[in-house]
Design a protein around this ligand. Structure first.
Ligand SMILES: C[S@@+](CC[C@H](N)C(=O)[O-])C[C@H]1O[C@@H](n2cnc3c(N)ncnc32)[C@H](O)[C@@H]1O
Length: 188
């Protein structure tokens, strides 16, 4: 995870724009204390009310972004409106460690929402823990995701609207590239 986070930092530093950044499932993310962003960039961080409250307590006010409470994907459109998101300017979407919590149709809904709200020049960086994660992880009783999707199924949902590069995140020997990956997406 630590190695993947550093890989994400690099990808995100390259993709940051002066418009807006939406972090989906922000958790206790501290990225924008590390990765420089233009002053003008608006950062919107979406998570549940309980996690946002925790972030405010632990991260001195919640970090650099504006925290918005929402259920993903159902509450995201509303949350964006509340946060004064502007669909006319390019957005960088970030979903790190989120997809494995969303069942297939929920990813489809989220992807549709991202597509509909992505002006030309928008990008997205999304991590995927796919079904080919070696059984030594997936069979651990503490492993919380019983049904991992396949990377190809996730990609197929966005194939027409986004150009996708897959960056391998392989900190562990023997982990296949479609099991632990970063999708770097550009609005087609
Ligand atoms: C594994 S954490 C990743 C946090 C952060 N992105 C990071 O990489 O450090 C997943 C986060 O997604 C949030 N999350 C998962 N499913 C969600 C949903 N349906 N709606 C809102 N937040 C959700 C959780 O509350 C949690 O904070």
């Amino acid at each position: 995870m630590a190695v993947r986070t550093l890989q994400l930092d690099e990808q995100i530093a390259r993709a940051v724009n002066p418009g807006q950044i939406v972090v989906l499932g922000a958790g206790l993310d501290t990225r924008f204390w590390r990765v420089p962003v233009p002053e003008s960039a608006r950062i919107i961080e979406i998570d549940s009310a309980a996690v946002n409250e925790l972030a405010r307590r632990l991260l001195r006010g919640g970090g650099r972004g504006r925290r918005v409470d929402a259920r993903i994907p159902g509450g995201v459109a509303d949350a964006l409106e509340r946060a004064e998101f502007d669909p006319r300017i390019p957005t960088l979407w970030i979903a790190e460690g989120l997809l494995e919590y969303l069942a297939g149709p929920m990813w489809e809904r989220l992807a549709q929402l991202m597509t509909a709200n992505s002006a030309p020049g928008s990008r997205a960086i999304v991590t995927v823990v796919g079904e080919n994660l070696p059984s030594r992880f997936a069979h651990d009783p503490a492993f919380p995701f019983p049904r991992l999707p396949s990377l190809s199924a996730i990609r197929s949902v966005i194939a027409n609207e986004w150009r996708v590069d897959v960056v391998e995140a392989r900190p562990l020997r023997g982990v296949p590239s479609d099991a632990f990956a970063i999708m770097v997406m550009q609005r087609a």
